[in-house]
Unconditional design. Structure first.
Ligand SMILES: *Cc1c(COP(=O)(O)O)cnc(C)c1O
Length: 379
């Protein structure tokens, strides 16, 4: 049965598709002090902490807005006066952390590496040795603009060795790629209500070490982004300081239940891996080449080179896919002519298989029969 183009499936790096059952939760208007709403909020917070096995030591603080708001709240709340942040960037989201520091006036240093390769521990270590003033390191776990998975464990080990605090932009990994606070010490991990958690977009979350947050009173120069203040308010009242995004939070609680029902992060990662495998195999069979070496690629999104073929146009591919009920995404990097197809969200391997059939049809429409076979991308 062909897909209904009026209900397109998002094969994008975000927002991602959400299950019908999660969206249906939003049909009810809930008052803010309502017991059911308070229970949803409490459950969602506890569930997020349980994903990282952080029971007792961590708390989950919601920040209305997209995940960038929560990244900004983490930097503004946890990096104190006199602190300095070492940022790593190999893509759009690393660069956004730099923009946040610029806007907040937070002192920072940048380790920049090539877009399609992760950094090495030695590169971080050289920066730390050269600049002892650095107090915190912030890394993007999974750089969604390319799909590159950055080496979180190595950076966390360095933080331990040099007594630095670790902040993680886990927006594209949290809920799928393993993050365990028992083996990897971090002060904060940021996630989105959407992405791998598959709630509707609208709330960012910071999973924060209680001891780091307790010491952060008065750091934040913003009222709305102050995680310390939101946390102490939740401890007193169980709720948000200002009008809560009730629909988003209750839908998020449902998304958490569905995450648990699926089998938690390992099962979700396994499904995304199946999606990614089907996608990359299907695209390679049609002659498309991936940009990121497979060894560094995360299964949340894949970046493809736009083929040189004179008949090919991304706009035509996008439009043809949209007519068939699939939304794909342009590349984010100016330096390469690329496009992206996402594997996150309420998407199954069978959906990817259908998308590959649709893509083959669109290629035929463009008059492209064969791009030639492409082998796996090497390092
Ligand atoms: C989606 C995403 C963000 C947040 O971007 P928004 O535009 O605020 O949704 C931050 N970091 C990463 C790695 C992301 O994938």
């Amino acid at each position: 049965m062909p897909r209904d183009p009026a209900l397109p499936l998002l094969l994008t790096p975000g927002p991602v598709s959400v299950s019908r059952s999660t969206k249906e939760v939003m049909l009810l208007d809930r008052p803010s002090g309502d017991v059911e709403f308070s229970a949803d909020l409490r459950f969602a917070r506890e569930y997020l902490v349980s994903i990282v096995n952080g029971g007792g030591r961590y708390t989950a603080v919601p920040v209305p807005g997209s995940a960038t708001y929560a990244n900004e709240a983490v930097i503004a709340t946890l990096v104190p006066e006199g602190g300095k942040l070492l940022l790593h960037s190999n893509g759009v989201y690393g660069d956004r952390l730099i923009e946040i520091c610029e806007a907040l006036g937070t002192p920072y240093a940048v380790l920049r590496t090539e877009p399609f390769t992760p950094p090495t521990a030695a590169q971080f270590e050289a920066m730390l040795r050269a600049d002892p003033v650095i107090t915190h390191i912030m890394v993007v776990h999974c750089e969604t603009s390319t799909g590159v998975l950055n080496p979180l464990e190595e950076v966390a080990a360095l933080c331990q060795r040099y007594a630095k605090r670790l902040l993680i932009d886990a927006v594209a990994s949290f809920g799928a790629i393993d993050l365990d606070a028992r083996s990897l010490r971090f002060d904060a991990a940021v996630l989105s209500s959407n992405k791998c958690m598959q709630g509707v977009p609208g709330v960012g979350w910071a999973v924060v070490a209680r001891d780091a947050l307790e010491g952060a009173k008065g750091h934040c120069r913003s009222l709305t982004l102050d995680l310390w203040d939101q946390e102490q308010h939740m401890q007193r009242t169980g709720g948000f300081r200002f009008t809560p995004p009730t629909h988003v939070v209750s839908a998020f609680a449902q998304a958490c239940r569905e995450h648990a029902d699926e089998g938690g992060a390992p099962a979700r990662l396994a499904r995304y891996r199946r999606n990614w495998r089907r996608l990359v195999d299907g695209m390679r069979q049609m002659g498309f080449a991936t940009v990121v070496p497979d060894a560094h690629a995360s299964p949340i999104v894949a970046t493809f080179r736009a083929p040189e073929h004179p008949g090919f146009s991304f706009e035509a591919l996008f439009a043809g896919m949209k007519r068939r009920g699939f939304v794909i995404f342009p590349g984010r990097l100016a330096l390469a002519n690329t496009f992206r197809i996402g594997c996150m969200g309420a998407v199954e391997e069978a959906d990817i298989a259908e998308a590959m059939e649709a893509l083959a049809e669109v290629m035929t429409e463009m008059g492209i029969r064969d791009l030639g076979r492409v082998e796996a991308a090497g390092a």
